[in-house]
Design a protein around this ligand. Structure first.
Ligand SMILES: Cc1ncc(COP(=O)(O)O)c(C=O)c1O
Length: 390
């Protein structure tokens, strides 16, 4: 453990879990062709929105019979649209193991007030027993729990011949983990995660069965205009062809196109996944040898390759109560922030105290590598203050 400052710094200190680091080489120059000052319904605007949808399909490898729409209010907007438009036709299993998944449970139980809800939940670090899910019911879950760093390893737990719909919040998984679309009826994500795009817009991907539900079932509750996906009982197809209803930011659209084109230029989905895997592997190697830091995710097969969540294993720190550990983490995180070495790497506010280091595709492995000695340095500083205060 060293008190001497390491001799080199990450070239890019952006390790936030959202908005995430911009792609390597990004500058505002990437936005010069944005269709600014024009209607998003003009030919040029609509063409860009359509291109964003088609490039999303190509890079994420979304099946041709799935619809892809750009919707308001980021990932939350896309998830809420799905919950409010689709649920209530049958019972629902809500599967949650961290803050965002728990948020969807709260919405369904306390806002939609559905009568037939089963909750399958686990605490930070674990997955609930996925074999207990009843796929004849609708199922809502988060592919990668951004606040615990626990993900589902694959879609094998979902049967192909299910009767209910699977609604999957995939925002910190899309473009870094392989999503099994044939097992998913609704997939949502935002632009500011793995591709380092800008916040505000959500992506809503619907299977043919989700569309069937939309056209055959009408919820009993009122739907605000912003959530409406059908008109006169028919899907509003325009949403999925670039006729985005609520005005999008064409600047953000341009930035998303830039991110998608970057993704394509490096080799598409395989390359994006490989980058996230490589970043997470660098961090894993460090954590495995660390005397003070461990993964929050208990089972290595469920460990995220994007939002890597770490907790303190040092006996003196682990012995502190939650407030003490949170204060320790805060000191460590702000020391690294002050040094300009790593920004925004504290655990999520509702999660157990510790660190959360984003390893998504826009992060460079060399930057993760350069961060490691600084983690030891910041820990040594904090530990010394803890000892001095004791
Ligand atoms: C799993 C998950 N769901 C939902 C959200 C909320 O996303 P947004 O701010 O795009 O609405 C986040 C943000 O980090 C997330 O990680």
């Amino acid at each position: 453990m060293t008190h001497t400052k390491p001799g080199f710094r990450p070239a890019n200190p952006d390790f936030s879990s959202g908005p995430c680091a911009k792609r390597p080489g990004w500058s505002v120059e990437a936005l010069t062709k944005a269709a600014l000052g024009r209607s998003h319904r003009a030919k040029i605007g609509k063409a860009k929105l359509e291109q964003a949808i088609e490039l999303t399909r190509e890079i994420l490898q979304v099946p041709a019979d799935y619809r892809i729409g750009i919707v308001p209010a980021s990932d939350t907007g896309a998830v809420e649209m799905a919950l409010w438009s689709l649920l209530g036709e049958r019972g629902v299993d809500m599967v949650a193991w961290e803050s965002f998944g728990s948020g969807w449970v709260t919405d369904v139980v306390k806002q939609l007030k559905l009568a037939d809800v089963r909750r399958l939940e686990a605490g930070y670090g674990a997955l609930p027993d996925l074999t207990k899910i009843d796929f004849d019911r609708d199922v809502v879950f988060t592919w990668n729990g951004t606040t615990s760093g626990v993900r589902v390893a694959n879609g094998d737990f979902i049967p192909a011949d299910r009767k209910g719909l699977t609604i999957c919040d995939a925002t910190s998984a899309a473009f870094a983990q392989r999503l099994d679309f044939r097992k998913l009826d609704v997939v949502t994500f935002s632009w500011q995660k793995v591709l380092g795009g800008e916040g505000a817009h959500g992506m809503l991907i619907l299977s043919p069965r989700a569309v069937e539900r939309l056209e055959s079932y009408k919820p009993t509750w009122p739907l605000p205009k912003i959530f409406r996906l059908t008109s006169g009982g028919k899907l509003i197809e325009g949403i999925f062809k670039g006729e985005t209803i609520n005005t999008p930011s064409m600047l953000c659209v341009e930035d998303y196109l830039d991110a998608l084109n970057w993704a394509k230029s490096i080799g598409g989905l395989d390359a994006l996944i490989a980058r996230a895997e490589a970043n997470a592997a660098v961090l894993d190697g460090f954590v495995d040898k660390s005397s003070w830091l461990g993964h929050l995710a208990i089972d290595p097969a469920t460990r995220s390759n994007t939002s890597v969540c770490l907790s303190f294993t040092d006996p003196d720190v682990a012995a502190l109560d939650a407030d003490g550990q949170a204060a320790f983490a805060k000191g460590l995180v702000s020391a690294l922030d002050k040094e300009g070495v790593a920004y925004d790497i504290g655990a999520y506010r509702d999660a157990p105290p510790g660190l959360r280091i984003w390893c998504g595709a826009t992060v460079e492995a060399s930057d993760v590598e350069a961060l490691l000695p600084w983690l030891d340095w910041a820990f040594a500083q904090q530990k010394a203050s803890l000892k001095a205060a004791a």
